[in-house]
Write a protein that binds this ligand. Structure first.
Ligand code: HEM
Length: 491
């Protein structure tokens, strides 16, 4: 009996101590929040904030000038929202990784409506994790290994269609990323008619995605809303056809359709459709923009191009001058081309920043981030910081050879729970395209290419107009191959 009472007494004392500590800790945290100040910076004019300043200049200059004035964390107001910008790897890690539960993804309702509210990137917690695992499974190494021939076929078709013509590189690369996206999601068995239906509606949705949301009939946004309904109808048709068969196809769609939880519950058709559209979206302009920059950087540096060509020709010859297909193992053994891809992603930083929203008052480094404020980790500022990357404005792939970047300083695919699950597919596409391009073709940029336009990611002006021709035909106007022979590079 005495033992029983001693046990109860110990339990009561421990419980009281835990409760006291929790209450003290809450008060301490509240005290910290009360003491903390808002970050430095200006929230501009009433209502418009600093929106006009942002849109009247290169956005990178806007962010960089404020970071110079205020430091790694500063506040502003954009489109009526109070925002805190974070320009250091530590701050990005805080928001995206270590305290990710305090910051939720946030997108304008108009964009959520076009993609579909069930798409994983709008969510946190259990639903997000479940969907993310399924997406990761269909983009994992086994899936990618099987996709190499499809990616190579898509790259070959893209270049064949461009051969002999002047076109926007970005548009050509969009064809590639769309075709690769489709095969990754639907496998090889998608009917051509349905693929064309998807393509037609997808591009209308895409146009409306970055337009001003309104209810005017015939406006870009309203056309996009209609096309989104068309996309859903086509996806419904594809899903019904797959359900009627008892064999399965590889790809994200079948992975989503076959998933069951422990109690046999499955995803709804809307959840599947929203995630299919979401992944197609996430895979498209991102990859196409980086590919466009790769072509520009290689074009602008003939020595580097020649060295990449040398690396790729060795593989081409090993494959009996392209008669045998590229293998997964070969794509893992292209070190220089891989470094060119990494450096292109650093330089171009096509996703300059991302958005989150504080779900509570949060204190970072003594500064208060109030609940409901938007938080923006600035990837581009990190990639272009001279304290992190030596001579950051110089395109130098060799920087990835000498010393790999410090953890958390190279974030082209984001970081943490929402980091890009398509990163390896994107890199595979770039490696394969680079192989087919430099072993079979030459290209020259037509017109000025130093200005940048936003579509919505940064790409060279007019998407980099270029003429492409196959080396076998020799029909280009700038055929000075001899001048480039034997060149070397430090990359
Ligand atoms: C060069 C090409 C790409 C770049 C630069 C890129 C970049 C990114 C970044 C920075 C994020 C994180 C955004 C955030 O934290 O708010 C992200 C998320 C995502 N990306 Fe990519 N991406 C690329 C290609 C792809 C591809 C090819 C796919 C799919 C096939 C894909 C699918 C996704 C998805 C589904 C998410 C959301 C993940 C989540 O919320 O858990 N991306 N991407």
């Amino acid at each position: 009996m005495a033992l029983f009472f001693t046990g109860v007494a110990i339990f009561v004392v421990t419980l009281a101590a835990v409760l006291l500590y929790a209450s003290w800790d809450r008060k301490r945290a509240a005290g910290k929040t009360e003491q903390a100040m808002l970050p430095p910076g200006s929230t501009g004019l009433p209502y418009v904030g600093e929106t006009l300043q942002l849109y009247s200049q290169n956005p990178n200059v806007f962010f960089a000038s404020r970071q110079k004035r205020y430091g790694e964390i500063f506040k502003t107001n954009l489109l009526g929202c109070n925002c805190v910008m974070l320009g250091s790897p530590e701050a990005a890690h805080f928001v995206l990784v270590s305290q990710a539960h305090l910051f939720k993804p946030t997108y304008p309702a108009s964009k959520e409506q076009l993609i579909g509210p069930n798409a994983l990137f709008f969510h946190q917690g259990g639903y997000h994790l479940r969907l993310r695992r399924l997406v990761q499974r269909s983009l994992g190494p086994d899936a990618l290994r099987a996709l190499v021939p499809d990616v190579e076929a898509a790259a070959a078709a893209t270049l064949r269609a461009w051969d002999g013509n002047v076109t926007s590189t970005f548009h050509a690369m969009k064809r590639l990323s769309f075709d690769v996206g489709v095969v990754t999601i639907f496998g090889r068995r998608l009917d051509q008619r349905l693929k064309e239906e998807l393509r037609k509606n997808y591009f209308v949705v895409e146009k409306g995605y970055n337009s001003f949301p309104n209810s005017l009939p015939g406006s870009r946004y309203q056309k996009a809303i209609q096309a989104r309904k068309g996309l859903r109808t086509t996806l419904g048709e594809v899903m019904a056809e797959r359900q009627a068969r008892d064999d399965t196809e590889f790809g994200l769609l079948d992975t989503l359709m076959q998933w069951r939880d422990a109690s046999g519950e499955k995803l709804t058709d809307d959840q599947i459709a929203d995630n299919v559209i979401g992944v197609l979206f996430a895979a498209q302009d991102t990859t196409a923009s980086v590919l466009t920059w790769i072509l520009k950087y290689l074009h602008d540096d003939p020595k580097l191009l020649e060295a990449v060509k040398e690396e790729q020709m060795a593989i081409y010859e090993e494959n009996e001058v392209g008669k045998k297909p590229l293998t997964w193992t070969q794509t893992r053994a292209m070190p220089l081309t891989h470094r060119v891809i990494l450096e292109s992603m650093r330089m171009a930083s096509i996703i300059s920043f991302t958005f989150r929203e504080a779900v509570d008052d949060v204190v970072y480094n003594g500064f208060l981030i109030p609940k409901g404020w938007k938080v923006m980790p600035l990837f581009r500022n990190i990639h272009h910081s001279p304290e992190i990357f030596n001579d950051p404005q110089m395109f130098d792939p060799s920087r990835f050879k000498a010393t790999p970047p410090q953890p958390g300083t190279f974030l082209p695919f984001g970081s943490g729970v929402h980091a890009c699950p398509g990163n390896e597919l994107a890199k595979l596409e770039m490696l394969v395209l680079a192989h087919r391009l430099v072993t079979n073709y030459r290209w020259e940029v037509v017109g000025p290419s130093d200005e940048v336009e936003y579509s919505p990611f940064p790409v060279p002006r007019h998407g980099l107009k270029a003429r492409l021709w196959s080396e076998a035909s020799g029909s280009g106007t700038n055929d000075d191959d001899g001048a480039m022979q034997g060149a070397s590079t430090t990359a």
